[in-house]
Structure formats: C-alpha cells, structure tokens
Design a protein around this ligand. Sequence first.
Ligand code: PLP
Length: 465
Amino acid sequence: MAVTDTATTTTTTPTLPAHPDPDTDRILDSGLLHELSHAFDGPFHFLLPHRFDANLAAFRTTLTDAGVEGRVYYAKKANKAAVWTERCATHQAGVDVASAGELREALGHGVRGENIVVTGPAKSDELLRLALLQGCLVAVDALDELDLLLTLALTGTVRPARLLLRRLPSVQPHSRFGMNDAELETALDRCLRAGDAVRMEGFSFHLSGYATQPRADLADELIDLCLQARLLGLQADRISIGGGFAVDYSAADHWHTFLTEQQPAHFHAQKAFRARDFYPYHSPVAGADALRTILASTPEGGRHTLAERLRDTGTMLMLEPGRALLAGAGSTVFRVQGVKERAGYRIVTVDGTSLSLSEQWFNSEYLPDPQLVTPAGRVHGTPDAEVHPACVGGASCLESDLVTWRKVPFPARPRVGDLLVYPNTAGYQMDSNESPFHDLPLPPKVVMDRLGERPRWRLDRRPPC
Ligand SMILES: Cc1ncc(COP(=O)(O)O)c(C=O)c1O
C-alpha cells in the first residue's frame, strides 16, 4: 500500500506493514517496553519462546503427517540467545552448530551430543575433536576435512566418527560448499578404508534461496547416493536438506506494491536498492508448509513424491531450519534519541546501531515497518491520515549507519523518548552482525515467558558476576 506524504512532500512513500501479531501488540500496549528501555538505557530485543515451540511442533507434525521419519535441528547461527537451545534440549530437538563456541553453548544448555549436527566449511581441529568426543554428527565439507576427522578417530580413543558427506549442488555449481562427484567418490573410498573408525550416516546439502522443487530434486539425488553407499556396506540411512524454509513477514499485496513502487527518492540520500537484494518478505509457502510442499513434490524425472521415496528406501530426513523456527519469535526495540529536519522528511537517530538489525551483509535493509510507541502508547495509522516520513539513523559517526534508509511513513511525528519496535527480528536480524562499536553495549535479550495482562520477563542470560 502506498500512502501520500501529506506531511511535507508530494511524493509517495511505500510502506510494508508486518502481519498483525496480537502477542507482540499486547507487549507493546503493556507499557513494559518503556520501563525496559529506561532500565537498559539502550536498545534491546525481546524473545517469545512459545513461538519457537509452535514452529518446531509444526515441522514435526508435517513430518508425521507425511509418514516420514525425520529430525529437526535448529540452525543456531540464526540467533545466539540461550533460550532457543534450552527449548531444543527440553523438546529433544537437535541443534546445527558451525563453531566450537556454538557447540559448547548447545552442550552447555543441555543438548546431547548425539542430537547435534556440525556444519560449516573447513572445521577447526578443536571443533572436530569436540564433536568426536561428544558423538556429534559432522557434515563433512571437503576431503582435507574428512582426512583430519578420520585421523582424529583413528589415532584417538574415541570412535567412531559419525559423518555425513556434503554434496556440491549441481543447481548451484559456484557454491563454495560441498564436494563434487569425483570428491564424493574419493570420500566414500576413504570412509570404507577407515573401517569401524567411521560411521558414514549419509549425505547433506544446503541451498541458497527458498525454492522448494530444487530441494526435493536434490534430496532425491542424495537418496540415490545413499543407496549406492549402502551397496558398498556403509550405513548411509539419512539425508540432511539443510535450512532455507522461508519466513512470511508481510501480506502479498503490500509486498508486491512495495516492490513496484520503491525508488531511490523513497530512501535517505537517494540510496538505491536492487529489488533482488531484498529478502523476499512475502512467501506464499513458508516454514513448515514449505517442508510439506517439498515432501509432496515429485522430484524431477521421478514417479514418486519425495515422502514416498524416503519411506520406500528407509531414509531418515534431517532438516536444519534457522530463520523459520524463529518466525514471529521476537522483536527489537530502539529509543529515539534525536530528530532532525531534512527537506520533506526527518532523520530520527536511535540509541543503537544498524548492526543490531542488519541486512548489510546482503547489500539490503530490513523492510517490515517499525511501530512507533510513545510513552502514551502505540500510534495507530489510519488510511487517509497525514504521515510523517523519517529514516532511522544509528548512534554512530558513520554515514552508512542507517537502521532504515527508507523514509518510513510514521503515523505521528517521532519524538525523543519514543520507541521504535522492529517486528519479527529473531531470525538473523538481532545478533548475527552485532558489534560493540563505539563501546556501545550489545543489546540485551529479554525473554517473555508469560504474556497475560502484565507480561513476565527475564534476561536471556544472567549478567556476569
Ligand atoms: C548448512 C546450513 N544449514 C542450515 C542453515 C539455516 O538456514 P535458514 O536459517 O535459512 O533456515 C544454513 C544457513 O546458512 C546453513 O548453511
């Protein structure tokens, strides 16, 4: 939906409202966020663990409905909070880790080693050693990594090394991850030679993007690889299809209108973004529904659905959703620290930096509209009312530190002391790029355990003693 900027200019400013979320609105209306902003004296994130539980349950139900034996591993890189790994431990779900630090965190919050899959390229000696000791499953990315893992297993006292072999996808031949046909053949040979020092449990991939059919096609290919490996005498009874289950942030009409209308004049400093660099903020098929679609798809050239193939071949399906398990599971709160005028819009400066909401790795920005919460409460927009466009700057001395380059059409003039609440930020936005630049403290995370009239909160981690 485009709204006319009657406040100060005649151009239109596109808006991208997030899907309505009554739980988040209740928190926004409770008055608690202003208290927390005062207490922390800086930005913070709030987390909704019941959403994580519901997303996990939806993935599991989808597997059950399809009659497929499967396991869900939370891709920990998507958010560092302890509460998610605690939820995984409670629900006996798995965790996908990609560093020794992430592995220690998962173990420390009660996830058993056998429920951990270790992904990522060129894993360090330390990470492989720890994975071996804890009985984790290692998704091997390259031959030299396989050699290191096998050496550790053959020379140490702990065995076997549990592993998957990661496939370089033919649909993404320029990916820096995974092994090609020849490398996989060599890897299988080395696994065979390693005897009982190794348990070759199957194959894996992770695809960029969110398309479902390529995932079904590649999963089918991995099942064939498993069948070949079984003929060689290897276990090969599971495949991992990685993550990449889309999150649906906004309604289709809002998103398509936004894409059609957005132009440099709508952004501070005429900044131009390429539409293809934006995350697809609307997805008709998202989260567990994407898994349902993948399972119901017939892989290219086949006659059976992926679910049927998994069942018929006795192959277990592993998945590693990050963003999708965190859908709707948190928001980010900044306080307005300054407001200045520019021709036709304002620059609002908040008490944190864009590194706490970042899309900059992707040459992009986080688009769902922030909500304006004044000390008197949430400000509601009405269709034909005046709007007050403002971009949102970070509290650093960098020209490029814009939390939002877009001139967001706020329903009221933002004032110092108001809060800007960015919705649905738990998946990657909160902390993947966070930095204590300028000695600014990292935003704390607050867990909302119980909603009700007066939400109950606690810190995700206790402050150090
Ligand atoms: C191997 C692997 N698994 C899982 C994920 C999680 O992806 P997403 O958060 O899109 O589900 C990633 C993301 O980079 C990955 O590389």
